[in-house]
Design a protein around this ligand. Structure first.
Ligand code: WT7
Length: 633
């Protein structure tokens, strides 16, 4: 199942397009199924209705754990590096991970969790986070991981959207020198979450917490209880290929975040296949993905992808710049990392510390590098190539999305000739198309348009939790019979793809997807705010920064305080990741006569490019534009 030359890639790609079902069936053969499928694929994009490997039975944890025990039982599955380099690291072999997953799966069962229940996971980047999601999968419960940076309100919205029955969390977490009181945030969230019956709390930071009788339980006590019950084993629940595996919330251009749903069979096949091929993983290699399991990258490429392939995956609790900006490189050296998968924003941030941070570091173990989350600028690409890869390591610029489940367009490490800034070519099985605004497919090379995918792949989302219509309108209604990605893209003369960024009102801040409407709603919650408009602007480190234009006539002349209050409000409603970088107070917003905000104009002003704002004559009040221009930050 591992492609081993560029010629082979081209040949396999061709086959995968001509006979997609045979192709995917061949890939699926590499996994362990309790029962094989009756039908490879059934689909229409109209509803949408997509079913892969119908009739097949499996449990993804048998693929990630049990099937490796005989051959890799004593090999490291997870290497964990704590936030504080003084603290001991931990290594879990496949055998140990298997046992811990089974134990915790029994804890979940003891607390009433059953197949199909939704379980919210809000945890630091510790091995128990991986154990928690695998334990859910073991018993057929659906996990919904919420990134540790989200606020109580965001967690409550997500818990309520999926009616989660259980929450798994920790007392607190460490990231850099900032301790975060996770349990306290959960307590605030749960005030408005009637569906939650139990909260399981891991000891991590030893920060004082309030444990509510009958609801809150310590992870460690529950493990002891399982131990006294005797058997640690927990047989895996038999799942249908199309049963839900997890929900992961992501932002769009309108409304609240939506719960992207992935299923057991297709997702497993896709995560494993893409991991092995894109990174050209060889047995024994040490692989380090710097993402957080709270995002799709962590789900697919820290947990499920690598583990299903028997890889050794490094999990890092901390941040790249603490206690020194050489932290990633220390980890690379310490564990002799062979494959490093990170984000452009991290690369740019580490670049900004200068070459001193690289002095004396040993990069010799590295063989392959990867990038994900946003377009990588050429400067960062070359720095990564020269300073980190030392000119020896192929870089894979991997384009994909929460909704796609896994990597879609990317070089195969060392096989596909690369070009800085290009995600290059689609993986076998993936059929990208560029379309114009009328939805007409643009053929030929040297073109650009909106990126769509015209044929299903096993890792694609099946629905948005509790609202299938939203899934249809968001992804399948813009263009006829295609999945619309929301990204703009160009295809050069060689047929190479370069993603140019979102074409909708979605921002990409440090590789995190944030909807402008969501930030506006949060800002508008502040009592002195009448209205606001949020746009992105180019930011040296974050890729995009958040620029908010705010009408707030009653801030009593103290603009600085008003700014801080608005920041605090956004932090409360969404989380610190959505705090605006700039807030400009304005007396009005540029609107058309029908009342629509002209974002194009605001975007230009935020970018600092006011030379040509285009036609402003259709505006209700053109004078407001001059005022906004004059006050731009
Ligand atoms: C959006 C998806 C995929 C995991 C991390 C983000 C942007 C992602 C690339 C890339 C250019 C990229 C796109 C996409 N994006 N990877 N290699 N080059 N842009 O997942 O939060 O679902 O965001 O991230 O705009 O639509 P996500």
């Amino acid at each position: 199942m591992k492609i081993s030359s560029f010629d082979e890639y081209k040949q396999v790609y061709q086959q995968s397009i001509e006979q997609p079902e045979q192709f995917w069936e061949g890939i699926a053969e590499n996994f362990y199924w309790r029962k094989k499928w009756d039908k490879v694929l059934e689909w229409n994009f109209k509803e949408p209705r997509v079913k892969w490997f119908q009739g097949a039975k499996l449990n993804i944890t048998e693929n990630c754990l049990d099937r490796h025990l005989e051959t890799l039982g004593d090999k490291p599955a997870i290497i964990w590096e704590p936030n504080d380099p003084q603290e001991n690291h931990r290594i879990l072999t496949y055998k140990q991970l298997h046992d811990k997953v089974c134990q915790f799966a029994n804890v979940l069962k003891n607390n009433g969790a059953q197949k199909g229940d939704r379980i919210c996971v809000y945890m630091p980047m510790v091995p128990e986070l991986a154990i928690a999601i695998l334990a859910c999968a073991r018993i057929g419960a659906i996990h919904s991981v919420v990134f540790g940076g989200f606020s109580a309100q965001s967690i409550a919205d997500r818990i309520n959207d999926a009616s989660c029955k259980l929450v798994i969390t920790a007392d607190g977490s460490f990231r850099g020198n900032k301790p975060i009181k996770l349990k306290e945030i959960i307590d605030d969230a749960l005030v408005q979450c009637p569906s939650v019956e139990k909260v399981i709390v891991l000891t991590r930071s030893r920060t004082p917490v309030s444990m509510i009788k009958g609801r809150d339980l310590w992870w460690e006590d529950e493990i002891k209880r399982v131990e006294t019950q005797g058997s640690v084993d927990c047989p895996a629940e038999e799942m249908d290929a199309e049963d839900m595996l997890f929900i992961l919330y992501t932002s769009g251009s309108t409304g609240k975040p939506k719960g992207v749903v992935h299923t057991c069979g297709g997702y497993m096949v896709y995560a494993g296949y893409t991991f092995t091929n894109v990174f050209q993983y060889n047995p024994g290699e040490v692989y380090f993905c710097t993402a957080d399991i709270g995002w799709i990258t962590g789900h697919s490429y820290i947990a499920y992808g690598p583990l299903s392939q028997g890889a050794t995956t490094v999990m890092f609790e901390g941040i790249p710049s603490w206690p020194t900006p050489g932290r990633f490189w220390d980890i690379v050296e310490k564990y002799k990392v062979n494959i490093l998968y990170t984000a452009p924003t991290a690369i740019r941030s580490l670049m900004s510390f200068g070459d001193e941070a690289l002095q004396g570091k040993d990069f010799s173990s590295l063989k392959k590098l990867g990038s994900v989350g946003e377009p990588i600028n050429e400067e960062a690409w070359h720095w990564f190539d020269e300073k980190i890869g030392q000119g020896r390591c192929p870089i894979v610029d991997t384009w994909w999305q929460t909704e796609t489940g896994g990597i879609m367009i990317s070089p195969l490490a060392g096989l596909t000739p690369t070009k800085p800034g290009y995600a290059t070519l689609p993986l076998p099985g993936i059929q990208p198309v560029l379309v114009d605004e009328n939805g007409k497919e643009i053929e030929g090379n040297g073109t650009s348009g909106n990126l769509c995918i015209k044929f299903p792949w096993p890792g694609m989302l099946r629905t948005t939790y509790g609202d299938h219509e939203r899934c249809r309108t968001t992804y399948f209604a813009t263009y006829h019979d295609m999945y619309f990605t929301g990204d703009g893209c160009l295809r050069d003369k060689d047929g190479y793809y370069r993603i140019t960024g979102r074409v909708d009102d979605v921002l990409n801040v440090s590789g995190h997807r944030i909807g402008t409407a969501e930030v506006e709603n949060a800002i508008n919650m502040h009592s002195s705010v009448v209205e606001s408009a949020v746009v992105g602007y180019p930011h040296d480190i974050k890729g995009q920064g958040i620029y908010a234009f705010v009408i707030s006539p009653n801030h009593h002349g103290d603009e600085e305080l008003a700014r801080k209050d608005i920041m605090m409000t956004v932090q409360r409603i969404i989380g610190a990741i959505a705090k605006p970088d700039k807030i400009q107070f304005v007396s009005g917003l540029p609107k058309t006569r029908s009342g629509k905000i002209m974002r194009r104009i605001l975007r230009k002003i935020a970018e600092g490019d006011t030379s040509n704002l285009g036609d402003t004559s259709t505006l209700l009040d053109p004078a407001v534009v001059d005022e906004i221009k004059a006050g731009a930050l």
